[in-house]
Ligand binder design. Sequence first.
Ligand code: BTN
Length: 338
Amino acid sequence: MTMTGITGQISNEVVPGNILLNILRRNKGKWVSGEALATHLSLTRSAIWKQVGILKKEGYEIESLPRRGYRLLAIPDLLLVQEIQDQLETADFGRGEIHRYVKTDSTNNQAKELAARGAAHGILVIAEEQTRGRGRLDRTWFSPREENICASLIMRPSLSPGMASRLVLLCAVAAAETLTEAIGLKANVKWPNDILVGGRKIGGILLEMAVEMDAIDYMVVGFGLNVNSPAERFPKEIRSNTTSIFMETGKPFSRVVLLCRFLKLLEDRYSKFLETGFESVISQWKELTDMVGKRASIRTINGLYNGEIVDLDHNGFLVLRNNQEGEIRLFSGDITII
Ligand code: BTN
C-alpha cells in the first residue's frame, strides 16, 4: 500500500477489510457475529476487531457488542473507494486503482504525477478537499471539505494533441448530461469547459496533457462539481455567479452516485467518439448551449475578439463573426457574453 500526498491512500485492493465491509453491508442494520466473520475470512477475532476499527476510522458507523458481534448502522457520505467501486458501471474508467485523498493540493497535480510515473489509462484520483484546486487560466477552484466532487481521471488516448479541444467539449457534455440524468436539472455548457445551471457555474473541466512528439502521452481530465455546498460556503466574490446542486434543489445528493454516473457517461461518449467521430458530441453540445446567436467578447493568447457567436465547427472551435474580420475560429479563450 502506497502513501502519497498530504493525507493520501490507495485502498482498492481486495483486502479482508473490503470483504468484511461487503458482508456488513449486505447485512446492514443486522448483527453479524465476530466468530462467523472470523471463520469466513480465516482471521482471528482480534484481526476482525482491528479491521472494523479501520472501517470506523474511514467513517463507517459500526456498532460492536460482546456476544452479538458487529452491525453496520450507516455508510458515511464520503467519496469512499469501495462505495465507488460498488456502484461503478464502467469498463475502464475508475476500474484500476482509485487514489483517494482526504486532503490534497489538487487532484490534477496528483494525477499528473502518477501519469508521469506511468499510471495506466482509467486510473482515478479523488479528494474530499483540495487546498489548491485549480480551474482554467490558473483560477482558484473552491473545494471545501466533504461537500463536492473533485476528481481527476488519467487517460492515454492514441490521439494527436490537436484533438484536445474536442475532448474538453466531450467531457463538458458528459458532465452536463450527468446533472440532467441523475437529478433532472437542466444544465448548460459554456464554451469551452463550464457547466452552468440557471446561468450560474456549477462545475468545470480542467484538461491537462503531456505530449510526446506529435502524440498525446497522457491526459488528465479534472472534474469539479459543486454538489452539497450551501451558498454561504462560497467566497463572496464568486457567490453571485456560482451554484450547487444543493442550492438548486434544496436537497443534499450522493456524490458517489454522481461521480459514478459521470464516469459512465464519459466512458460511453468517449467510446462513441473513437468509433464514430466527433459529430454526435457537436450536436449534443449545441443542444446543451444557449451561446449561439449571442454577442461575446473573447480573450485569447492572440488578443481580444468581439462578435456574434455563430457556430461550433467540426473541430470544436468556436466560430465568431464580426464586421472587421469576418469569421474567426477560436480554439480556446476566456469568454464574456455581452
Ligand atoms: C474550470 O472551471 O476552469 C475547471 C475547474 C476544474 C476543477 C477540478 S476539481 C478536480 C480537479 N483538480 C483541480 O485542481 N481542478 C480540477
